[in-house]
Design a protein around this ligand. Structure first.
Ligand code: FES
Length: 568
């Protein structure tokens, strides 16, 4: 085992390693027992993860039971709602910190505790690059809060209420009153936003105990699963079952089928591309369209549908949903248990068909991510048709261009804004390099004057991302981004943009010659950050485009788990 390189000798160095770690550990703790890190993203500043210490305690119980030695390893945590300028700027830093901590320490295996949006992706990226045995325990969604008798979808209802307030349909007093009802319990957002999506996707990849994804955070069964996970990771170390054995191209394709079936967040696209990159797996944007776009939508969950994660779990959960899609799944990739995911499906039934639809009565026939190309997105852009308005999926309209999110906020509610329901809102300067960090701003609020006319959706185009809890006809992740030479930087207000989702095209009606003559918008260039030092500088210099997962170029791949030299 790796930890033997620290503890096995009889010399001064091994003496130091053992002596400083003892602190109550038994003598045989260093005698061939698996040392398991619990990479723990609990933090008071990541409120969706603040309960993970309790989960860690149950993982520890399982590790002790199986003869291992559990070691709590706090790692970089990111609170989606708190971190500025955007949590995505720090995902790769979190992944890098966890990767290096795992490699530098006497660790034989790791249990990954995440929840809030970026935490599970960062942990999986790290585990993939070190490639020691690893299992995820997703922190789980919160219970459904209610306001005025109606269940509240966190995130989704914030966007909805804020639009109602701007439209004059909701009072400010009610808006503020709803705030204390939004977060009912411990756990992450209770919609099928990015956190719930990544929990499900981690399970579809095979990286959790099957059946755990979607277990509400306060549910005692989550603690039971945590304890089982603790036992299993010790077993996995004995068998040397690594992330690269579990996460194969087939398991990524299973994750894509899952993403479509649950109506999951578009953010999963960049995260899955980044995780695959760490494993050397050739996963592309086109795989999402090819494998996912024809998959039926079965989960009736906000933001695309009506219900919340607590309902999903009660209705049978992820395994019941995947049982309906069994024939679309690759039966060969193993999970952390050593058995394929499909082996766990047949015992699971749907208990409430209003929450999880049967295969023969899907909510939508083709639900996955559609990938668009054209002279506005030469290397791709994505749209989630399930969350879009059907009548806008084929659309032609004049662009109204904003050079930064500040420019957008300044002008969007101007009563004299030249805009109508057919206008295409364009926001640029929000890609990985541009903002920097690719913020969740693509779901631009509808102009107030149109809200008052009853308009609730418009075509919107952006090189940033959108919150997994958001909805609308939003084309996002436009690559290359405007700050990296993408054509989005060249268009002007009034240019005609045509969108045809069925034919997968996104174009501005300008000839190549006209585009070539144009220069990038100076207002957009002036709005870009120009950090001179620190992480932001490193990030801007090395981040790749969204179609490649927005990882740093030098973090792609694995450095393995070799034990490095030391000196005391
Ligand atoms: Fe943490 Fe939504 S803010 S999951």
């Amino acid at each position: 085992m790796r930890s033997d390189a620290w503890y096995k000798g009889r010399d001064r160095d091994s003496y130091i390693h053992r002596a400083w770690m003892r602190r109550g550990l038994p003598d045989d703790a260093f005698d061939g027992r698996a040392h398991i890190a619990i990479a723990n993203t609990a933090s008071d500043l990541a409120p969706c993860n603040s309960h993970l210490n309790e989960i860690s305690d149950f993982v520890k119980n399982g590790i002790w039971e199986a003869g291992g030695v559990p070691l709590n390893m706090p790692t970089v945590s990111l609170g989606e709602t708190q971190v500025r300028p955007t949590a995505m700027l720090w995902r790769n830093m979190s992944a890098m910190a966890t990767e290096e901590l795992l490699r530098a320490n006497p660790i034989d295996g790791v249990v990954l505790l995440g929840g809030c949006d970026k935490t599970i992706p960062a942990l999986l990226m790290a585990a993939a690059s070190v490639d020691i045995p690893a299992i995820v325990v997703p922190g789980g969604p919160m219970l459904s809060g209610t306001f005025k008798g109606k269940a509240l979808g966190c995130g989704t209802d914030v966007w909805k209420f804020s639009e109602e307030l701007r439209a004059g349909k909701m009072s400010e007093a009610d808006f503020l009153k709803s705030e204390s009802s939004m977060i009912r319990s411990r756990g992450h957002c209770n919609t099928m936003g990015t956190a719930s999506t990544m929990g499900c996707v981690a399970e579809a990849l095979g990286m959790t105990i099957p059946g755990v994804a979607g277990t509400p955070a306060p549910d005692s069964r989550l603690l039971q699963s945590a304890q089982e996970t603790g036992r299993l990771i010790v077993e996995m170390v004995k068998l040397d079952r690594k992330p690269s054995d579990v996460m194969t191209k087939g398991s990524f394709l299973n994750a894509i089928v899952t993403l479509a079936g649950i109506g999951g967040s578009t953010n999963a696209v960049v995260h899955l591309l980044a995780i695959a990159g760490r494993l050397g797996i050739n996963l592309t944007l086109d795989d999402f369209d090819k494998t996912g776009s024809k998959v039926p939508l079965l989960a009736n969950l906000q933001p695309a549908g009506n219900h919340l994660m607590e309902d999903f779990f009660r209705a049978g959960g992820l395994l019941a949903l995947l049982n309906e899609l069994k024939d679309l799944l690759d039966p060969t990739p193993i999970t952390v248990t050593g058995k394929p995911l499909v082996n766990y499906l047949s015992d699971n039934s749907i208990f409430d068909e209003t929450v999880i639809a049967k295969r023969d009565k899907p909510l939508q026939q083709s639900a996955g991510i559609a990938v668009l190309y054209g002279n506005l997105a030469p290397t791709g852009a994505v749209i989630k048709p399930a969350a879009a308005s059907k009548e806008l999926l084929q659309h032609k309209g004049k662009a109204l261009v904003f050079d930064s999110i500040e420019d957008f906020h300044k002008r969007i509610d101007d009563p004299n804004l030249d805009v109508d329901k057919d206008t295409v809102l364009v926001l640029r300067g929000c890609g990985p390099k541009g903002y920097p960090g690719m913020p969740e701003v693509a779901n631009m609020p509808i102009p107030q004057k149109l809200l008052k006319q009853g308009v609730r959706d418009m075509v919107r185009i952006c090189d940033g991302r959108m919150s997994g809890t958001a909805y609308g006809t939003v084309i996002l992740h436009v690559s290359p981004e405007s700050a990296a030479g993408g054509p989005l930087a060249l268009i002007k207000t009034g240019d005609v943009i045509s969108l045809d989702v069925e034919n997968r095209s996104l174009n501005v009606e300008l000839t190549d010659d006209e585009l070539a003559k144009r220069k990038p918008s100076t207002e957009m260039l002036d709005s870009l950050a120009a950090p001179q030092r620190g992480w932001e500088k490193m990030y801007i210099d090395h981040v790749m485009q969204a179609n490649l997962g927005a990882d740093l170029d030098f973090l792609v791949g694995s450095s393995g788990s070799q034990v490095s030299r030391e000196s005391h």
